[in-house]
Every structure is written in C-alpha cells, then in structure tokens.
Design a protein around this ligand. Structure first.
Ligand SMILES: *Cc1c(COP(=O)(O)O)cnc(C)c1O
Length: 378
C-alpha cells in the first residue's frame, strides 16, 4: 500500500507556486487599513465579470449566498417554483429554498447536466413555472444558445449556477452569459478558489447589480438605510485581493492545464467498464471535475483499486438532492418526478484527479491505474 499520492486537489503545490503573490496581496490589504467593501472588491469584480461574458459582478461570501442573493435580486417571490437539477451540490437547491422558492426537478441527460429537452416540455406545459436554475455541472457547459432561446421563448428568469464552470465555453461563448444573472463560488476546490469562502453574482443589468449589492450588505441602499431584509454576505477585501492578484492571472494557464489533462485521460482511458464523458463538439469544458462512470455494483472495487495505486477519487454526487433527508417534507410530490438517469449516474460516478498542478507522470499513472483495473465480470 503506497498511500494516496495523486490527490484530487493539491493545495500544497498551489501554495508553493502562488505564495509570494498571495503574501503581497495580504500585505497590500493590511497596509491599506480598509478591510470590507473597498477598492479591492471593486477592482476584483471588474476583472471577474468578463470571465463569464458579463459587464458587472458582485462579490459575496459564498456560492450558496450568490445563488440566493441572485434569485432575490431577480425578483423571486416566496412560494414561486424554480426548475433545477437533482444532480449538483446541495447548495444549488438550498439557495433556492433560502430565497423562498420551491425547487422542482428535471432529470439529467447522459452527461449529467439537466436535460434541456425535458425542461422545455415542462415550461411549455406549465406557464406558472418561470424560474430556472441550471448548473454547468463538472464544468461541462450547457448549450448557451439553447438556454437563451428557452429564456426568450418562455419569458424565463434564468440564473445559471457557474460554481464549476468559470472559463467553460460553448462555441466560444462563456458559460454563464445566457441568463439575467449567474452565480459562482470561490470555495477552495473550485477552478478559481480562494483560501476560504467566497462567491459572486455576475450580470449585465445595472438594476440587478445594485439589488445584489445591497442584499449582500444587510439590505442597505445607503448607509443605515435598510430598504430590504438582506444578509451579511460580503466578500472580504483580503480575499478579493488574493483572488485578483494571485489567482485570476493564473486562471487561463490553470484552465489550459486542466484541458491538457482531460485530453490525455480521454485519449488514454480504455476499459470496457469505464465510461468517460466526451464533451459535446461545441463545448470547451472548464474541467472542474473529470467524471467517469462504472457499473454501480463495481464502484467500490474500482475506487479501492485506484486507491491501491495511490490515486485519490471522489463521488459527485452519491445521493440525489431530492433524496436528502433535509428535504423530506419540503418537496411537493410533483417536485421530484422520475429521475432515472440522474439516479443511475449518481450510482456509478467516480471523479478522477484533475487539477493544474498534476505532473505528466501522475496523469500517466492515473491512466494506467484505470486501464489496469482487473475485469471482475464479463
Ligand atoms: C460549490 C458549489 C456551490 C456552492 O458554493 P459554496 O461557495 O460552497 O457555497 C453551488 N453550486 C455548485 C454547482 C457548486 O459546485
């Protein structure tokens, strides 16, 4: 047993590479004497928005908050239903609930992303259902043209969950530019991760931007003037500075490296019982994760085999959101219709290591370990 050597995320290597820039950012904020909602947050917001094809961004305290604040800023009213996916981080649905919405779920396609054909039918059949929170899951972009067309045809309010998809593109259009707003996360494992929590809403709409800005700050429209019941969900100057001056300048190269690793995995992994997910021809994923699928009954054996070869793995996500106990009694019967594909994918998904600091030999070792999984059944 060699112990796990090839990690899903290698924060120590990232620190070794970014340390000097991070410490310089800390020094500059410390010396500025201004720690909350100042120039660094503003300048990070300006630098961030274009990564999603947007003009405006509002930093906040987490991805969860970004979705909640975004939905509230877009006018979601308590009790209104919101169509979303059962296969995502729990935060996607939790944010809808916290914003007062009632989540309803559509099944996913073979790639694990919410099935836009099913969504289209739901919107056509149910004119009262007009909020939509799709997720660009694993960093695979949904078809942005299709999202924009659905939005226009049904008059949708569309907020895209881009927590995993910064830099993903569909036909050269950044994921996250189809709806009225999008939300992202700076949780450390994300492609643009902070040294702690953070998130942001991006939009082109000045009204939406300003509503998000006061919602994140107790609902104040001016100092000590509270027009809305907001929250405290501010992004720190410190995190904004670190993100802007240490991590954002590396994002392009980080993404290229993830893409190179993904290309190698897609070309090299050949195993009768391991299915990879080829992206659509129009898609340039951000490769937040590299998911493969094995028959559910063999998943543990596959993961144990990889662990024995020093390869760390994870499951995204072992349980559908609709099956989480926290939602028992919360969901209406229509909310969780048949979700066969999502259930099947959740039963067999395994995430392989993909991050910018993987060495070539490690990538080869992962390919060999996967291909060397003994066939237990034929
Ligand atoms: C990480 C994540 C979130 C939540 O972000 P936090 O910053 O952890 O609150 C929401 N949606 C998706 C798809 C995520 O991956």
């Amino acid at each position: 047993m060699i112990g796990t050597a090839i990690l899903l995320n290698d924060f120590k290597r990232q620190w070794a590479d970014t340390r000097a820039d991070v410490l310089a950012a800390v020094e500059s904020v410390g010396a500025s004497g201004w720690y909350i909602l100042g120039r660094r947050v503003e300048s990070f917001e300006r630098a961030l928005a274009p990564r999603f094809g947007r003009r405006l961004a509002v930093g906040c305290a987490s991805g969860l908050d970004a979705i909640e604040v975004g939905l509230r800023a877009l006018g979601l009213q308590p009790g209104q239903r919101v169509l979303t996916t059962p296969l995502s981080a729990f935060a996607t649905t939790l944010a809808i609930l916290r914003a007062g919405g009632v989540p309803v779920f559509a099944d996913v396609d073979r790639r694990g992303l919410v099935d836009l054909d099913l969504c289209e039918r739901r919107f056509a059949a149910d004119p009262a259902l007009r909020f939509f929170v799709p997720v660009h899951l694993f960093g695979y972009p949904l078809d942005g043209g299709r999202l924009a067309a659905l939005r226009a045809r049904f008059g949708l309010t569309l907020l895209e969950d881009c927590a995993q998809s910064v830099m993903a593109r569909w036909r050269d259009v950044p994921a996250g530019s189809a709806g009225q707003a999008s939300a992202t996360s700076f949780y450390p494992t994300k492609n643009l991760g902070a040294l702690g929590d953070g998130g942001a809403i991006v939009t082109d709409d000045d009204e939406v931007r300003s509503r998000c800005a006061f919602l994140r700050d107790y609902g104040q429209s001016a100092r000590y003037v509270h027009d809305h019941l907001g929250l405290n969900s501010r992004l720190d100057e410190l995190h904004a500075a670190i993100l802007e001056s240490a991590f954002l300048p590396r994002l392009e190269a980080w993404t290229e490296r993830r893409r190179a690793v993904a290309r190698r995995y897609l070309a090299g992994i050949r195993h009768p019982r391991v299915r990879t997910l080829e992206p659509a021809a129009e898609a340039q994923p951000s490769w937040h994760l590299f998911p493969v699928f094995v028959p559910g009954a063999e998943r543990d054996s596959f993961r144990r085999h990889l662990e024995g070869r020093g390869v760390q793995t994870a499951i995204h996500y072992p349980r559908l959101i609709t099956e989480q106990r926290a939602l028992a009694g919360v969901l209406t019967p229509e909310a969780a219709g048949p979700l066969e594909v999502a259930r099947e994918l959740a039963g067999g998904e395994v995430s392989l290591p993909i991050h910018p600091y993987l060495h070539d030999e490690e990538v080869e070792a992962v390919v060999e370990a996967v291909n060397g999984w003994p066939a237990t059944r034929d």
